[in-house]
Design a protein around this ligand. Structure first.
Ligand code: S0N
Length: 279
């Protein structure tokens, strides 16, 4: 397969954003603080994910990270909320208002009709750990990836996908261990507990992620979309049902029956649905 030849789409401060052959790559770019996210980061992430979502030529998104740190050469995926941007009432943006909006980013990853792959080159910690959990797939660096939940060290708690959904993934006991003890887990350990799809030699990680994306891109877009939404549905309650049904409605609009319903209304006549109740 051809190697990735990334083209920068937009210059951001806290992230990089590139595209190549149907794949978008969004990467944290604050390696000297272990890629912690501040309000600016989450708003840039949302903006880039939204662009990838809207772009009909993009089928897979990689959520990755630049690095290593120029200070000490350590690799990181993301260390969660920036504790230096955290005031007494929460995370403070440049405008002085308290906001973080990382959960909006999580929801966009979860509900977008495209596969999102977390590419974890190093530390995945706190809210950074939650982000890898909410992605559809996770690939981790064999040598450098470390998974850790520090929420209970800094009085934060991801009560949704980061914890409850994690428990569905690795089991209740293991998820409680991860959160209650806050230990470090290697890529291999994370693989064995079911929250990582593959452990990849570090220098092959990015290229492997691109190849996985190309494999997915060769599949039926409708199948990928409906399978993602079907697997989400049972955990997402009525919102999951709404997202799945929205796509079912889009497919229904493409039938002769739907065309007849629309035409009959516009022509001010009774519709003739031919009454085919196919079981
Ligand atoms: C990542 C860790 C384990 C790495 O340890 P290591 O390798 O020993 O490096 P350090 O020397 O500790 O760090 C290197 C430099 O990077 C800075 N830094 C690291 N992490 C952060 C961070 N999160 N914020 C700010 N700075 C960070 C260090 O300060 C150091 O800088 P210098 O060189 O200047 O000294 C280790 O670093 C670590 O444990 N980091 C903290 C992890 C953490 O607790 N993160 C926050 C967890 N909570 C969240 O993420 C909240 C998420 C969230 O926002 C949210 C989620 C769901 C619902 C709501 C919310 C919400 O709060 O709104």
């Amino acid at each position: 397969m051809e190697k990735a030849n990334w083209v920068t789409i937009k210059q951001y401060e806290d992230i990089t954003y590139k595209k190549c052959n149907g794949v978008a790559r969004i990467a944290f770019n604050r390696p000297n603080v272990r890629n912690a996210f501040r309000p600016k980061t989450t708003s840039e992430l949302y903006n880039a994910f939204n662009d990838a979502n809207e772009d009909i030529n993009i089928g897979v998104v990689l959520l990755s990270a630049e690095g290593p740190s120029t200070k000490d050469g350590v690799y990181s995926f993301c260390s969660g909320g920036d504790q230096k941007a955290r005031g007494h009432q929460g995370y403070v943006g440049e405008d002085g208002y308290h906001r973080l909006n990382i959960l909006e980013v999580q929801r966009l990853i979860r509900f977008m009709p495209k596969a999102v792959i977390a590419v974890v080159p190093g530390w995945a910690v706190g809210g950074g750990h939650s982000l890898h959990v909410v992605c559809d797939l996770t690939l981790a660096s064999k040598e450098h990836a470390i998974f850790k939940q520090t929420d209970a060290d800094v009085t934060s708690f991801d009560g949704g996908y980061g914890s409850a959904y994690l428990a569905k993934m690795v089991g209740q006991k293991k998820a409680r261990e991860i959160f209650f003890l806050g230990r470090n887990y290697s890529a291999q350990e994370a693989f064995e507990m079911g929250m990582v799809n593959a452990v990849i030699p570090h220098n092959e990680l990015e290229e492997t992620a691109y190849q996985w994306a190309q494999e997915i891109l060769a599949k039926s877009p409708t199948s990928i979309k409906m399978l993602k939404f079907a697997m989400n549905l049972t955990d997402d309650g009525m919102v999951g049902q709404q997202v799945f049904a929205g796509e079912a409605t889009r497919l229904a609009y493409m039938t002769d029956e739907a065309k007849e319903g629309r035409d009959a209304f516009l022509e001010k006549r009774a519709p003739n649905f031919e009454k085919k109740w196919i079981p």
